[in-house]
Design a protein around this ligand. Structure first.
Ligand SMILES: Nc1ncnc2c1ncn2[C@@H]1O[C@H](COP(=O)(O)OP(=O)(O)O)[C@@H](O)[C@H]1O
Ligand SMILES: [Mg+2]
Length: 259
């Protein structure tokens, strides 16, 4: 379980203090898939970076399974079971995909096992295992490789920042299945996804709407999703939503043309 206790974060912008996250308290329970959504610039990625330890809050505490991790490094948090996939993954020249997966897990996983994770994200593993993680990979490929590394880690809290970015229509359903399988297979784990995509919101247990650095709404999907459909919180990905039938959109596979 992850607990944010009155977290604030601000940056210095031309000598002026700019608040990015303002006094946010939030719990991500075990066994839950929580989706954070909200307009661009609302502070979603910053919140993910605070949880991963890339940024440190100016006030407040972060607790993971009861331990105060507020001052812990990224590496120590990762060791404790927090896995993080960037909105814009990093390329590593000279490193092969297999090395990247091994580095992420911290163990010598077999080629067969690595291939399993690549296949799960819709990549033909044989073609990718030896590829260098450099500019020759497309944004979507890189994104999927990063998701594969998170799967390989099997963290107890996995955070994905806009995993849909750069993912094509064919693999979108695949991506949803990846998350659903992950939820089933890692017992006691929780998943935090930052997304604008209605199909991802549709598999959430809970939805948090972040706007201007504050929580604008929070609750079970059944309660929050109907209030979001057709609003700017779901922009830019979900302009075609039908207010009455979010479920059937998922089932029929419509509504992602703009993804
Ligand atoms: N290190 C930083 N320096 C200056 N501004 C920042 C920094 N990090 C985030 N911001 C600003 O904070 C706001 C929230 O950004 P972000 O967390 O990326 O939002 P979101 O992911 O919801 O689109 C934006 O206005 C962004 O420009
Ligand atoms: Mg972002």
């Amino acid at each position: 379980m992850l607990e944010l206790d009155r977290i604030s974060f601000s940056v210095d912008e031309d000598g002026q203090e700019k608040d990015i996250i303002e006094d946010i308290s939030l719990t991500i329970p075990d066994n839950k898939l929580v989706v954070i959504t909200g307009p661009n610039g609302g502070g979603k990625s910053t919140m993910a970076r605070l949880i991963a330890g890339i940024e440190k809050p100016i006030s407040g505490r972060i607790l993971f399974n009861g331990t105060d991790i507020t001052q812990m490094s990224i590496t120590d948090r990762a060791k404790m079971g927090i896995g993080f996939a960037f909105q814009q993954p990093v390329r590593f020249k000279g490193l092969q995909v297999l090395d990247l997966i091994r580095l992420a897990t911290g163990r010598q996983i077999t080629v067969a096992e690595a291939c399993k994770y690549l296949s799960a994200v819709g990549l033909c593993a044989r073609d990718y295992i030896d590829r260098e993680v450099n500019a020759s990979l497309s944004g979507g490929e890189l994104k999927r490789i990063e998701i594969a590394t998170i799967l390989a880690k099997g963290s107890s809290l996995s955070i994905f920042d806009e995993p849909e970015a750069g993912i094509d229509l064919w693999s979108f359903q695949n991506l949803i299945e990846v998350f659903e399988n992950m939820r089933r297979s890692i017992r006691g784990s929780s998943i935090l996804i930052i997304s604008h995509q209605e199909r991802i919101l549709n598999i959430a247990d809970e939805i948090v709407v972040l706007r201007d650095g504050k929580i604008a709404a929070q609750g079970p999907r059944e309660e929050i999703l109907p209030t979001l459909i057709g609003t700017t919180s779901m922009m830019p990905a979900c302009g075609k939503a039908d207010p009455g039938a979010p479920k059937s959109e998922t089932e029929t596979g419509k509504g992602e043309q703009q993804a």
